[in-house]
Design a protein around this ligand. Structure first.
Ligand SMILES: NC(=O)c1ccc[n+]([C@@H]2O[C@H](COP(=O)([O-])OP(=O)(O)OC[C@H]3O[C@@H](n4cnc5c(N)ncnc54)[C@H](O)[C@@H]3O)[C@@H](O)[C@H]2O)c1
Length: 431
């Protein structure tokens, strides 16, 4: 197997394309967004992911080509990495991108080309949506599902390290996809069907959502009881030989904010209503609103009024670690819906999200140093490790007094904050 086409060059497709090129394949990446193609063709990644820029420098124009359409020359396999969003209104999965990509493959590639679906889909979508488009043009198809399970920010490393789950339409399809991914990662986990592989992806992500939601459940309870959620969780975990509790925190991103709805869709279409998945998602989606409300309440309480106040928001990406520029499902988006209605000046900073994006959200971009100076409240939204390294005593000294420092992930040195005088310290469920 030598030539592989990758359709959709976002976080999933681009990282896979670079990895396949690194493993010796000739890779034909395509994307229907002209800006994506033009940026990549100029050797610049259109998203932040460590190692991708180096990969483009090394392989672009040689083993890695990018274009708006599939290549004319035959390839051994096509991997579909297109976006599969959910409708913002109905939260139902939208599979038109996948259908269009499958149709384009059927039209451009010779019959028998292996097609691997990598986008996250409702159970049964590879068979219901992709297969008919191929069969209509080819008569029969070789089709597999191989979920992407890497973490953004460390995708290139995890692509080569994580076991690859693979399900096929038949044994021939599964074996062909396994042969492809065996060149990428040492461990292949074959499962019995397309549907099994589709569901593995969904249960992995829903489980993560669920585990994190319990930390948030504990935080909301602790807040009401006047207890410190981190003290409780740490104490509960000490040498206890049962699953650890997770820290409270925001659970966003392109996958976790969407995949539970895809699982719900897969489940309700069979008449089964899951007990936990929707509840966990609901709690995780409520958390940013809760924090924003608490922050405003505490700020009002601290200053007597919100009028004329200045607030610094740190961390606009959906997470701080591993660092990313991705704002899909970012907690700040829900928070801003509340903050923008208040008589506050909003300053903001992120290490990877561009100042233009912040401006577009109605926030004045700044540095952490300039932002602390003269602010009444600081909300540290992500756990980007650089925030923990700031010169805290100097920054605290530049705040207006009295001030509020709400440190969502509790990454700052609380005793230092308390020692600064007239600065109230709080975190999720704490203070
Ligand atoms: N981001 C992640 O870490 C991650 C992890 C696991 C799975 N996934 C899943 O993988 C899929 C892709 O995710 P992503 O984060 O890369 O999305 P993305 O939005 O970053 O990229 C998707 C790309 O596909 C392109 N595209 C859409 N329809 C197309 C078509 N018909 N033909 C050609 N290109 C098309 C878009 O222009 C876009 O550039 C989604 O199903 C997602 O749920 C994402």
């Amino acid at each position: 197997m030598k030539g592989v086409a990758v359709v959709g060059l976002g976080y999933v497709g681009l990282t896979l394309a670079v990895t396949l090129a690194r493993k010796g394949f000739t890779v034909f990446g395509s994307d229907r967004d002209p800006r994506v193609v033009a940026t990549l063709a100029a050797g610049r990644p259109h998203l932040f992911e460590p190692g991708v820029e180096d990969g483009l420098r090394e392989f672009l124009g040689e083993r890695l080509r990018v274009a708006a359409t599939l290549p004319r020359e035959p390839v051994d396999a096509v991997v579909l990495c297109v976006s599969t969003p959910i409708s913002p209104e109905s939260r139902q999965p939208e599979l038109e991108n996948l259908r269009e990509a499958a149709r384009a493959v059927g039209e451009a590639c010779p019959p028998g080309t292996l097609v691997v679906v990598r986008s996250t889909v409702p159970v049964g979508a590879s068979r219901r949506v992709v297969l008919p488009e191929l069969v209509a043009r080819w008569g029969r198809a070789r089709l597999a599902f191989a979920p992407e399970r890497t973490i953004q920010g460390q995708a290139l490393r995890e692509l080569e390290e994580l076991p690859q789950v693979i399900g096929g339409l038949d044994t021939e399809s599964r074996d062909a996809a396994a042969a492809l991914f065996r060149r990428v990662t040492p461990r292949i986990v074959p499962v019995s069907s397309l549907e099994a592989a589709e569901l593995v992806k969904l249960i992995n992500n829903c489980h993560t959502d669920l585990i994190y939601s319990f930390g948030n459940e504990v935080a909301l309870l602790a807040e009401r009881l006047g207890l410190d959620p981190l003290e409780l969780i740490r104490a509960a975990n000490v040498d206890y030989p049962r699953p650890d509790l997770s820290k409270p925190g925001f659970v966003g991103g392109g996958c976790l904010s969407k995949d539970p709805y895809i699982l719900l869709n897969s489940s309700t279409s069979t008449g089964n209503r899951p007990w936990l998945v929707g509840q966990a998602r609901g709690l995780n989606e409520y958390l940013p609103i809760h924090v924003a409300r608490r922050f405003l309440e505490m700020l009002r309480d601290t200053r007597g009024t919100l009028e004329g106040g200045q607030v610094l928001l740190l961390g606009f990406a959906y997470k701080g670690w591993p660092p990313t520029d991705d704002m899909r499902g970012a907690p700040v988006l829900q928070m801003l819906d509340l903050f923008r209605g208040e008589p506050l000046t909003l300053l903001g900073h992120d290490y990877l999200v561009s100042p233009e994006v912040l401006r577009g959200l109605g926030v004045r971009p700044t540095t952490p140093e300039e932002g602390f100076a003269g602010s009444d409240g600081v909300l540290v939204i992500t756990d980007h490790p650089e925030y923990a390294k700031l010169d805290l005593p100097r920054l605290l000294a530049s705040l207006r007094r009295p001030a509020l420092l709400y440190d969502c992930w509790r990454i700052l040195d609380e005793p230092v904050v308390r020692a600064a005088g007239q600065v109230r310290y709080a975190g999720i469920g704490y203070g």
